[in-house]
Design a binder for this molecule. Structure first.
Ligand code: FE
Length: 469
Protein backbone atom coordinates (compact mmCIF):
# COMPACT_ATOMS: atom_id res chain seq x y z
CA UNK A 1 0.00 0.00 0.00
CA UNK A 2 1.52 3.37 -0.95
CA UNK A 3 1.72 6.25 1.44
CA UNK A 4 -0.77 8.18 -0.65
CA UNK A 5 -3.59 5.63 -0.39
CA UNK A 6 -6.73 7.54 0.60
CA UNK A 7 -8.45 6.48 3.82
CA UNK A 8 -10.81 3.57 3.27
CA UNK A 9 -14.46 4.49 3.78
CA UNK A 10 -16.05 2.40 6.48
CA UNK A 11 -19.03 0.30 5.42
CA UNK A 12 -22.42 1.69 6.39
CA UNK A 13 -22.91 -0.92 9.10
CA UNK A 14 -19.76 0.30 10.91
CA UNK A 15 -20.88 3.89 10.56
CA UNK A 16 -23.96 2.96 12.52
CA UNK A 17 -22.14 1.06 15.27
CA UNK A 18 -22.27 2.74 18.65
CA UNK A 19 -18.95 3.95 19.99
CA UNK A 20 -17.51 4.60 23.42
CA UNK A 21 -15.58 7.57 24.81
CA UNK A 22 -13.54 7.72 28.01
CA UNK A 23 -13.23 10.66 30.40
CA UNK A 24 -9.55 11.54 30.69
CA UNK A 25 -10.11 12.98 34.17
CA UNK A 26 -11.82 10.05 35.87
CA UNK A 27 -12.03 7.06 33.54
CA UNK A 28 -15.84 7.13 33.13
CA UNK A 29 -16.84 5.53 29.82
CA UNK A 30 -19.65 7.15 27.80
CA UNK A 31 -21.38 4.51 25.71
CA UNK A 32 -23.50 5.93 22.87
CA UNK A 33 -25.80 2.90 23.06
CA UNK A 34 -26.64 3.63 26.70
CA UNK A 35 -26.46 7.42 26.67
CA UNK A 36 -26.62 9.21 30.01
CA UNK A 37 -30.34 9.34 30.83
CA UNK A 38 -29.70 11.05 34.22
CA UNK A 39 -27.75 13.74 32.36
CA UNK A 40 -30.50 14.22 29.76
CA UNK A 41 -28.97 12.05 27.01
CA UNK A 42 -31.31 9.24 25.92
CA UNK A 43 -29.83 5.89 24.85
CA UNK A 44 -28.47 6.15 21.32
CA UNK A 45 -27.22 9.73 21.69
CA UNK A 46 -24.13 10.10 19.52
CA UNK A 47 -21.09 11.67 21.15
CA UNK A 48 -21.05 14.27 18.37
CA UNK A 49 -24.60 15.30 19.33
CA UNK A 50 -23.83 15.83 23.01
CA UNK A 51 -24.08 19.52 23.92
CA UNK A 52 -20.77 21.18 24.82
CA UNK A 53 -21.99 21.96 28.33
CA UNK A 54 -22.87 18.36 29.19
CA UNK A 55 -20.87 17.23 32.21
CA UNK A 56 -19.23 13.87 32.95
CA UNK A 57 -21.64 12.21 35.40
CA UNK A 58 -18.75 11.08 37.56
CA UNK A 59 -16.43 14.06 37.79
CA UNK A 60 -18.09 16.89 35.89
CA UNK A 61 -15.58 17.77 33.15
CA UNK A 62 -17.11 18.54 29.74
CA UNK A 63 -16.99 16.47 26.56
CA UNK A 64 -13.76 18.21 25.50
CA UNK A 65 -11.97 15.99 28.04
CA UNK A 66 -13.27 12.75 26.52
CA UNK A 67 -11.45 10.66 23.93
CA UNK A 68 -12.48 7.63 21.86
CA UNK A 69 -12.27 4.36 23.77
CA UNK A 70 -12.32 0.80 22.51
CA UNK A 71 -13.17 -1.71 25.21
CA UNK A 72 -11.12 -4.88 24.72
CA UNK A 73 -13.35 -7.92 24.27
CA UNK A 74 -13.19 -10.77 26.76
CA UNK A 75 -11.81 -13.87 25.07
CA UNK A 76 -14.21 -16.77 24.69
CA UNK A 77 -13.62 -19.45 27.28
CA UNK A 78 -11.47 -21.91 25.39
CA UNK A 79 -9.53 -25.01 26.20
CA UNK A 80 -6.70 -24.04 28.55
CA UNK A 81 -3.63 -23.06 26.56
CA UNK A 82 -0.33 -24.61 27.59
CA UNK A 83 1.83 -21.89 29.10
CA UNK A 84 5.40 -22.16 30.26
CA UNK A 85 5.47 -22.63 34.03
CA UNK A 86 1.78 -23.36 34.20
CA UNK A 87 0.96 -26.88 35.24
CA UNK A 88 -2.42 -28.34 35.95
CA UNK A 89 -2.23 -27.04 39.50
CA UNK A 90 -1.20 -23.52 38.55
CA UNK A 91 -2.30 -21.20 41.39
CA UNK A 92 -2.29 -18.37 38.83
CA UNK A 93 -2.57 -14.75 39.84
CA UNK A 94 -3.67 -13.59 43.27
CA UNK A 95 -4.86 -9.99 43.47
CA UNK A 96 -4.97 -8.26 46.86
CA UNK A 97 -7.65 -5.56 46.90
CA UNK A 98 -11.31 -5.37 45.90
CA UNK A 99 -11.45 -1.75 44.80
CA UNK A 100 -11.24 -0.35 41.30
CA UNK A 101 -7.55 -1.28 40.94
CA UNK A 102 -8.08 -4.93 41.89
CA UNK A 103 -11.05 -5.38 39.57
CA UNK A 104 -9.33 -3.58 36.69
CA UNK A 105 -6.39 -5.99 36.94
CA UNK A 106 -8.77 -8.97 36.99
CA UNK A 107 -10.49 -7.59 33.89
CA UNK A 108 -7.22 -6.85 32.05
CA UNK A 109 -5.85 -10.33 32.82
CA UNK A 110 -9.07 -11.98 31.67
CA UNK A 111 -9.05 -9.95 28.45
CA UNK A 112 -5.71 -11.57 27.61
CA UNK A 113 -6.30 -15.08 28.84
CA UNK A 114 -9.58 -16.99 29.18
CA UNK A 115 -8.05 -19.82 31.19
CA UNK A 116 -5.75 -18.08 33.69
CA UNK A 117 -6.71 -18.85 37.32
CA UNK A 118 -7.39 -15.52 39.04
CA UNK A 119 -8.15 -15.07 42.74
CA UNK A 120 -9.19 -11.74 44.21
CA UNK A 121 -8.77 -11.23 47.96
CA UNK A 122 -10.48 -8.24 49.56
CA UNK A 123 -10.75 -6.91 53.11
CA UNK A 124 -14.15 -5.45 52.17
CA UNK A 125 -17.22 -6.71 50.30
CA UNK A 126 -15.48 -5.91 46.98
CA UNK A 127 -18.69 -4.53 45.46
CA UNK A 128 -17.88 -2.27 42.49
CA UNK A 129 -18.52 1.46 42.71
CA UNK A 130 -17.01 4.72 41.50
CA UNK A 131 -15.19 6.40 44.35
CA UNK A 132 -15.51 9.93 42.88
CA UNK A 133 -19.27 9.61 43.47
CA UNK A 134 -18.71 9.69 47.24
CA UNK A 135 -17.77 13.39 46.99
CA UNK A 136 -20.93 14.44 45.20
CA UNK A 137 -23.54 11.94 46.36
CA UNK A 138 -25.65 14.46 48.31
CA UNK A 139 -25.52 17.03 45.49
CA UNK A 140 -26.77 14.31 43.15
CA UNK A 141 -29.42 13.06 45.57
CA UNK A 142 -27.83 9.60 45.77
CA UNK A 143 -28.44 7.40 48.79
CA UNK A 144 -25.24 5.50 49.70
CA UNK A 145 -26.76 2.11 48.86
CA UNK A 146 -27.41 3.29 45.30
CA UNK A 147 -23.69 3.94 44.71
CA UNK A 148 -22.85 0.24 44.12
CA UNK A 149 -22.60 -0.41 40.37
CA UNK A 150 -22.17 -4.17 40.43
CA UNK A 151 -22.14 -6.75 43.20
CA UNK A 152 -18.79 -8.47 43.72
CA UNK A 153 -20.33 -11.92 43.18
CA UNK A 154 -21.69 -10.82 39.79
CA UNK A 155 -18.35 -9.35 38.70
CA UNK A 156 -16.55 -12.51 39.85
CA UNK A 157 -18.88 -14.61 37.75
CA UNK A 158 -18.57 -12.31 34.73
CA UNK A 159 -14.77 -12.45 34.88
CA UNK A 160 -14.47 -16.03 36.16
CA UNK A 161 -12.58 -14.93 39.24
CA UNK A 162 -12.38 -16.78 42.54
CA UNK A 163 -13.48 -14.29 45.18
CA UNK A 164 -12.34 -14.23 48.83
CA UNK A 165 -13.99 -11.28 50.62
CA UNK A 166 -13.79 -9.93 54.18
CA UNK A 167 -10.28 -11.39 54.31
CA UNK A 168 -7.36 -9.30 55.50
CA UNK A 169 -4.05 -10.10 53.82
CA UNK A 170 -1.55 -10.52 56.64
CA UNK A 171 1.80 -11.46 55.13
CA UNK A 172 3.54 -12.55 51.98
CA UNK A 173 6.07 -15.33 51.84
CA UNK A 174 8.06 -14.31 48.74
CA UNK A 175 10.02 -17.58 48.60
CA UNK A 176 7.27 -20.14 49.19
CA UNK A 177 4.96 -17.86 47.13
CA UNK A 178 2.10 -17.81 49.54
CA UNK A 179 -0.16 -15.11 50.92
CA UNK A 180 -1.47 -15.55 54.43
CA UNK A 181 -4.90 -14.04 55.02
CA UNK A 182 -7.36 -14.07 57.92
CA UNK A 183 -9.35 -16.59 55.88
CA UNK A 184 -6.55 -18.97 55.03
CA UNK A 185 -3.32 -19.15 53.06
CA UNK A 186 -3.29 -18.87 49.27
CA UNK A 187 -0.60 -19.93 46.83
CA UNK A 188 0.32 -17.65 43.93
CA UNK A 189 2.47 -17.71 40.82
CA UNK A 190 2.08 -13.95 40.36
CA UNK A 191 0.87 -11.56 43.03
CA UNK A 192 -0.67 -8.13 42.44
CA UNK A 193 -1.00 -5.60 45.27
CA UNK A 194 -4.02 -3.37 44.73
CA UNK A 195 -4.94 -2.75 48.34
CA UNK A 196 -5.01 1.02 48.12
CA UNK A 197 -4.00 3.51 50.75
CA UNK A 198 -5.41 4.40 54.14
CA UNK A 199 -6.00 7.82 55.65
CA UNK A 200 -2.88 9.17 57.30
CA UNK A 201 -3.73 10.42 60.77
CA UNK A 202 -1.62 13.01 62.54
CA UNK A 203 -1.03 12.27 66.26
CA UNK A 204 -3.53 14.99 67.23
CA UNK A 205 -6.40 13.00 65.66
CA UNK A 206 -7.03 9.82 67.68
CA UNK A 207 -8.50 7.13 65.41
CA UNK A 208 -11.45 6.38 67.71
CA UNK A 209 -12.57 10.05 67.65
CA UNK A 210 -12.52 10.78 63.92
CA UNK A 211 -14.18 9.54 60.76
CA UNK A 212 -12.03 8.56 57.82
CA UNK A 213 -13.91 8.34 54.56
CA UNK A 214 -11.89 6.46 51.98
CA UNK A 215 -14.31 3.75 50.90
CA UNK A 216 -18.01 3.18 50.42
CA UNK A 217 -18.51 1.27 53.69
CA UNK A 218 -17.02 4.10 55.80
CA UNK A 219 -18.93 6.68 53.78
CA UNK A 220 -22.17 4.80 54.33
CA UNK A 221 -21.57 4.70 58.12
CA UNK A 222 -20.92 8.45 58.15
CA UNK A 223 -24.09 9.17 56.15
CA UNK A 224 -26.11 6.92 58.51
CA UNK A 225 -24.72 8.81 61.51
CA UNK A 226 -25.57 12.15 59.87
CA UNK A 227 -28.99 11.10 58.62
CA UNK A 228 -31.24 11.94 61.59
CA UNK A 229 -30.78 15.74 61.55
CA UNK A 230 -28.43 18.56 60.52
CA UNK A 231 -25.27 18.29 62.61
CA UNK A 232 -22.01 20.09 63.31
CA UNK A 233 -19.17 18.53 61.35
CA UNK A 234 -15.52 19.56 61.69
CA UNK A 235 -13.39 18.49 58.72
CA UNK A 236 -9.64 18.57 59.24
CA UNK A 237 -7.77 19.13 55.97
CA UNK A 238 -8.86 21.35 53.07
CA UNK A 239 -7.35 19.40 50.20
CA UNK A 240 -9.44 17.76 47.45
CA UNK A 241 -11.25 15.29 49.71
CA UNK A 242 -11.82 17.78 52.54
CA UNK A 243 -13.17 20.49 50.23
CA UNK A 244 -15.40 18.19 48.20
CA UNK A 245 -16.83 16.57 51.32
CA UNK A 246 -17.34 19.97 53.03
CA UNK A 247 -19.24 21.20 49.97
CA UNK A 248 -21.42 18.10 49.79
CA UNK A 249 -22.21 17.78 53.52
CA UNK A 250 -23.07 21.50 53.65
CA UNK A 251 -25.50 20.97 50.76
CA UNK A 252 -27.04 18.28 52.96
CA UNK A 253 -27.71 20.96 55.59
CA UNK A 254 -24.86 20.16 57.97
CA UNK A 255 -22.86 23.00 59.54
CA UNK A 256 -19.30 22.38 58.40
CA UNK A 257 -16.15 23.85 59.90
CA UNK A 258 -13.21 23.21 57.59
CA UNK A 259 -9.74 23.50 59.13
CA UNK A 260 -6.34 23.57 57.44
CA UNK A 261 -2.76 24.44 58.27
CA UNK A 262 -2.64 26.48 55.05
CA UNK A 263 -4.30 29.91 55.01
CA UNK A 264 -6.67 28.94 52.14
CA UNK A 265 -8.41 25.83 50.79
CA UNK A 266 -6.68 23.73 48.11
CA UNK A 267 -3.47 25.72 48.65
CA UNK A 268 -1.28 22.94 47.21
CA UNK A 269 -3.30 22.67 43.98
CA UNK A 270 -4.80 26.05 43.09
CA UNK A 271 -3.65 29.65 42.77
CA UNK A 272 -4.80 32.04 45.48
CA UNK A 273 -7.42 33.72 43.24
CA UNK A 274 -9.18 30.41 42.64
CA UNK A 275 -9.17 29.51 46.34
CA UNK A 276 -10.76 32.88 47.13
CA UNK A 277 -13.34 32.32 44.44
CA UNK A 278 -14.26 28.97 46.00
CA UNK A 279 -14.60 30.61 49.43
CA UNK A 280 -16.89 33.22 47.87
CA UNK A 281 -19.02 30.47 46.30
CA UNK A 282 -19.29 28.84 49.72
CA UNK A 283 -20.70 32.03 51.29
CA UNK A 284 -24.20 30.74 50.51
CA UNK A 285 -23.53 27.42 52.29
CA UNK A 286 -23.08 26.60 55.99
CA UNK A 287 -19.29 26.26 55.63
CA UNK A 288 -16.81 28.08 57.86
CA UNK A 289 -13.23 27.84 56.65
CA UNK A 290 -10.56 28.41 59.29
CA UNK A 291 -7.08 28.50 57.79
CA UNK A 292 -3.56 28.69 59.16
CA UNK A 293 -4.40 26.51 62.16
CA UNK A 294 -3.07 23.35 63.71
CA UNK A 295 -5.32 20.88 65.50
CA UNK A 296 -3.91 20.09 68.96
CA UNK A 297 -6.37 17.36 69.91
CA UNK A 298 -9.90 15.94 69.82
CA UNK A 299 -11.62 15.11 73.11
CA UNK A 300 -14.87 13.22 73.60
CA UNK A 301 -17.38 15.04 75.83
CA UNK A 302 -19.86 13.48 78.24
CA UNK A 303 -22.84 14.31 75.98
CA UNK A 304 -21.43 12.27 73.09
CA UNK A 305 -20.12 15.28 71.15
CA UNK A 306 -16.48 16.25 70.67
CA UNK A 307 -14.23 19.22 71.31
CA UNK A 308 -11.64 20.03 68.67
CA UNK A 309 -8.84 22.04 70.25
CA UNK A 310 -6.48 24.17 68.14
CA UNK A 311 -2.86 24.90 68.99
CA UNK A 312 -3.72 28.63 69.30
CA UNK A 313 -6.09 27.95 72.19
CA UNK A 314 -9.36 28.14 70.26
CA UNK A 315 -11.77 25.19 70.22
CA UNK A 316 -14.76 24.03 68.17
CA UNK A 317 -17.63 21.83 69.27
CA UNK A 318 -18.54 19.04 66.88
CA UNK A 319 -21.00 16.20 66.58
CA UNK A 320 -18.59 14.55 64.15
CA UNK A 321 -14.97 15.06 63.18
CA UNK A 322 -13.72 13.93 59.77
CA UNK A 323 -10.00 13.55 59.03
CA UNK A 324 -9.08 14.48 55.45
CA UNK A 325 -5.36 14.72 56.12
CA UNK A 326 -4.04 12.64 53.25
CA UNK A 327 -3.35 9.00 52.49
CA UNK A 328 -0.52 6.51 52.86
CA UNK A 329 -0.40 2.88 51.78
CA UNK A 330 -0.11 0.42 54.65
CA UNK A 331 3.42 -1.01 54.50
CA UNK A 332 2.86 -4.34 56.27
CA UNK A 333 2.49 -6.56 53.21
CA UNK A 334 5.31 -4.88 51.31
CA UNK A 335 7.66 -5.19 54.28
CA UNK A 336 6.76 -8.86 54.83
CA UNK A 337 8.02 -9.55 51.31
CA UNK A 338 10.97 -7.17 51.69
CA UNK A 339 9.69 -4.96 48.87
CA UNK A 340 11.04 -1.41 48.69
CA UNK A 341 8.61 1.07 50.27
CA UNK A 342 8.69 4.84 49.81
CA UNK A 343 8.21 6.22 53.30
CA UNK A 344 7.87 9.84 52.19
CA UNK A 345 4.91 9.50 49.86
CA UNK A 346 3.62 6.28 51.40
CA UNK A 347 3.71 3.76 48.56
CA UNK A 348 5.22 0.47 47.36
CA UNK A 349 8.07 1.29 44.97
CA UNK A 350 7.41 0.00 41.44
CA UNK A 351 9.17 0.16 38.09
CA UNK A 352 7.21 2.72 36.07
CA UNK A 353 6.71 0.79 32.82
CA UNK A 354 5.66 -2.59 34.24
CA UNK A 355 4.60 -1.66 37.79
CA UNK A 356 6.79 -4.49 39.01
CA UNK A 357 8.04 -4.31 42.61
CA UNK A 358 11.48 -5.39 43.81
CA UNK A 359 10.20 -9.01 43.54
CA UNK A 360 10.00 -10.11 39.88
CA UNK A 361 6.61 -11.79 40.35
CA UNK A 362 4.91 -9.16 42.50
CA UNK A 363 3.29 -6.12 40.88
CA UNK A 364 1.40 -3.23 42.47
CA UNK A 365 -0.85 -0.44 41.21
CA UNK A 366 -3.27 2.29 42.16
CA UNK A 367 -3.27 4.17 45.43
CA UNK A 368 -0.70 1.86 47.06
CA UNK A 369 2.23 2.55 44.71
CA UNK A 370 4.96 5.12 44.37
CA UNK A 371 6.07 5.72 40.77
CA UNK A 372 9.30 7.73 40.52
CA UNK A 373 8.94 8.97 44.10
CA UNK A 374 5.36 10.10 43.54
CA UNK A 375 2.14 8.58 44.77
CA UNK A 376 -0.62 8.83 42.17
CA UNK A 377 -3.95 8.76 43.97
CA UNK A 378 -6.15 9.50 41.00
CA UNK A 379 -8.61 7.25 39.21
CA UNK A 380 -7.49 7.77 35.63
CA UNK A 381 -4.12 5.93 35.62
CA UNK A 382 -5.56 2.77 37.18
CA UNK A 383 -6.97 1.25 33.99
CA UNK A 384 -3.72 1.86 32.09
CA UNK A 385 -1.65 0.51 34.99
CA UNK A 386 -3.83 -2.63 35.08
CA UNK A 387 -3.29 -3.26 31.37
CA UNK A 388 0.48 -2.79 31.75
CA UNK A 389 0.54 -5.36 34.57
CA UNK A 390 -1.55 -7.81 32.54
CA UNK A 391 0.89 -7.38 29.64
CA UNK A 392 3.92 -7.93 31.89
CA UNK A 393 2.35 -11.05 33.43
CA UNK A 394 1.57 -12.39 29.96
CA UNK A 395 5.22 -11.84 28.97
CA UNK A 396 4.27 -9.18 26.42
CA UNK A 397 7.23 -6.79 26.26
CA UNK A 398 5.80 -4.59 23.50
CA UNK A 399 6.70 -1.02 24.56
CA UNK A 400 3.16 0.02 23.58
CA UNK A 401 1.87 -2.14 26.45
CA UNK A 402 4.01 -0.30 29.02
CA UNK A 403 2.55 2.18 31.46
CA UNK A 404 3.39 5.81 30.73
CA UNK A 405 2.36 8.41 33.31
CA UNK A 406 0.42 11.20 31.61
CA UNK A 407 -0.87 14.55 32.68
CA UNK A 408 -4.63 14.28 33.17
CA UNK A 409 -7.07 17.08 33.97
CA UNK A 410 -7.57 17.76 37.66
CA UNK A 411 -11.23 18.14 38.53
CA UNK A 412 -12.25 19.70 41.83
CA UNK A 413 -15.82 18.45 42.32
CA UNK A 414 -16.99 21.20 44.65
CA UNK A 415 -20.42 21.51 43.06
CA UNK A 416 -20.95 25.14 44.17
CA UNK A 417 -17.91 26.01 42.06
CA UNK A 418 -16.42 23.12 40.10
CA UNK A 419 -12.86 23.81 38.99
CA UNK A 420 -10.84 22.13 36.23
CA UNK A 421 -7.08 22.47 35.85
CA UNK A 422 -5.22 21.23 32.77
CA UNK A 423 -1.44 20.96 32.72
CA UNK A 424 1.25 21.48 35.34
CA UNK A 425 -0.04 21.69 38.88
CA UNK A 426 3.12 21.72 41.02
CA UNK A 427 6.44 23.46 40.32
CA UNK A 428 7.32 26.96 39.18
CA UNK A 429 5.33 29.38 37.06
CA UNK A 430 2.95 32.25 37.63
CA UNK A 431 -0.82 32.24 37.32
CA UNK A 432 -2.65 35.14 35.74
CA UNK A 433 -6.34 35.89 35.34
CA UNK A 434 -7.53 35.73 31.73
CA UNK A 435 -11.26 36.26 32.30
CA UNK A 436 -13.21 37.08 35.41
CA UNK A 437 -17.00 37.32 35.21
CA UNK A 438 -19.70 36.44 37.75
CA UNK A 439 -20.13 33.17 35.86
CA UNK A 440 -16.56 32.18 35.21
CA UNK A 441 -12.96 32.54 36.25
CA UNK A 442 -10.30 31.62 33.69
CA UNK A 443 -6.61 31.59 34.46
CA UNK A 444 -3.37 30.67 32.74
CA UNK A 445 -0.07 29.67 34.17
CA UNK A 446 3.04 30.76 32.33
CA UNK A 447 6.22 28.72 32.67
CA UNK A 448 9.83 29.82 32.69
CA UNK A 449 10.02 29.76 28.86
CA UNK A 450 7.05 32.12 28.58
CA UNK A 451 4.68 29.42 27.34
CA UNK A 452 1.34 28.49 28.90
CA UNK A 453 1.89 25.37 31.02
CA UNK A 454 -1.51 25.16 32.68
CA UNK A 455 -5.02 26.53 32.44
CA UNK A 456 -7.78 26.76 35.01
CA UNK A 457 -11.51 27.21 34.57
CA UNK A 458 -13.94 27.69 37.45
CA UNK A 459 -17.55 27.94 36.34
CA UNK A 460 -20.44 28.68 38.65
CA UNK A 461 -23.36 26.34 38.00
CA UNK A 462 -26.31 28.18 36.45
CA UNK A 463 -28.54 27.54 39.47
CA UNK A 464 -26.47 29.65 41.87
CA UNK A 465 -26.04 32.68 39.58
CA UNK A 466 -27.84 35.77 40.82
CA UNK A 467 -31.07 36.14 38.90
CA UNK A 468 -31.28 38.97 36.36
CA UNK A 469 -33.59 41.77 37.56
FE1 FE B 1 -15.05 12.21 34.41
Amino acid sequence: MSATTPPVALPASNDAAFRQFICRACGYVYDEAQGDPDGGLPPGTRFADIPDDWACPLCGVTKADFEPYVAPALPRAAAPVAHAGRGRHDPGVVIVGGGRAGWQVAQALRERDAALPITLVAACSADLYDKPTLSVAIARGLEPQRIVRERAADAAKRLDVKLVTEAIAVRIDPVARTLRTTRGTLRWRKLVLAHGAAPRLPAALPPQQVWRVNDLAAYQRLRDALAPRPQRVVIVGAGLVGCELANDLALGGHAVTLLDVQPRPLAALLPEVASQRLLAAWAALPITFVGGVQVAGVEPLADGTRRVALADGRAFGADHVVAATGLAAPDRLARSAELAFDERCGGVVVEPATLRTAHPDIHALGDCVAVGGQASRFIEPIGRQARAIAAAIAGDDDPLSAYVPQSVPLRVKTTSLPITVHGAIGGDGDWRVVADTPRELRMQRVGAAGTVIATLVATAPAAVLPRAA
